[in-house]
Design a protein around this ligand. Structure first.
Ligand code: URA
Length: 237
């Protein structure tokens, strides 16, 4: 049971004071009856709430897939640079949303945004072995020995040991590789590449566990995860 104003604010209907005004002015109905008390308590899953006649479909948590564009930081707020939260459309904007793990400002591709902390932990904790898949363009070819070192678990910056990665060749001529890692160390792919004498010239995340980036999403576009996607096994080894 939760206060009506809190429920509406949590669903992105407006700020606490905005929703209180809506309630006071008779814009909110519960099971078809106008309710004017912001502190009325109810179970949002058991009642039909509407604002100005429009149903509020209660969702405890939101799960959003974004095709992160270049030039935007994966943080909840930043006073200087646009964040992935800043570019969300209004209908998916609500308090408490944050990106699951971080992509660099110049990394593009799959980013999940949610307000479900347990989900985020299950995806980002290295112990959960959720592999993140990247399309990595380098400034030159990897040798078989380079690939073997990355797959064994390479040491970066002299003392930071990475867990074994998985490396595949996507386009040898253009130095494009697929790398899969289950950690999220700072600039990890770029530093792994540097450890074998290469620089990353473009980086795109294409999958997180079994969740793959929807190819119909243009740069900066978002959609909610389907229930099926949200329940996909994240760990595949
Ligand atoms: N590794 C990087 O270097 N950058 C990213 O954004 C993600 C993984």
């Amino acid at each position: 049971m939760e206060r009506l104003d809190k429920i509406l604010a949590s669903q992105g209907v407006g700020t606490r004071s905005e929703v209180r005004r809506l309630i006071r002015t008779g814009c909110v109905t519960v099971d078809g009856v106008i309710v004017r008390a912001a502190d009325d308590k109810l179970d949002p899953t058991a009642h039909h709430i509407a604002v100005n006649g429009k149903s509020v479909r209660y969702k405890k948590y939101l799960y959003i897939m974004m095709n992160k564009p270049d030039g935007v930081v994966s943080a909840s707020n930043d006073s200087h640079v646009k964040t992935v939260i800043d570019i969300l459309p209004d209908d998916l904007r609500r308090k408490g949303l944050f990106p699951v793990g971080r992509l660099d400002k110049d990394t593009t591709g799959l980013l999940v945004i949610t307000d479900d902390g347990a989900f985020a932990h299950a995806v980002t904790s290295p112990g959960k072995k959720v592999f993140k898949t990247y399309r990595v363009t380098l400034d030159g070819a990897l040798t078989a020995e380079n690939i073997a070192r990355l797959c064994e678990g390479i040491t970066i910056d002299g003392n930071e040991l990475c867990l074994p990665a998985q490396v595949g060749i996507l386009n040898e001529e253009h130095f494009i590789y697929e790398m899969r890692i289950c950690e999220g160390k700072y600039h990890q792919i770029k530093r792994m590449a540097q450890a074998v004498g290469r620089n990353v010239t473009a980086l795109r995340r294409t999958a997180v566990g079994s969740l793959t980036l929807d190819p119909s999403l243009g740069a900066g576009e978002v959609r909610e995860l389907t229930d099926q996607e949200r329940l996909l096994p994240l760990s595949d080894g």
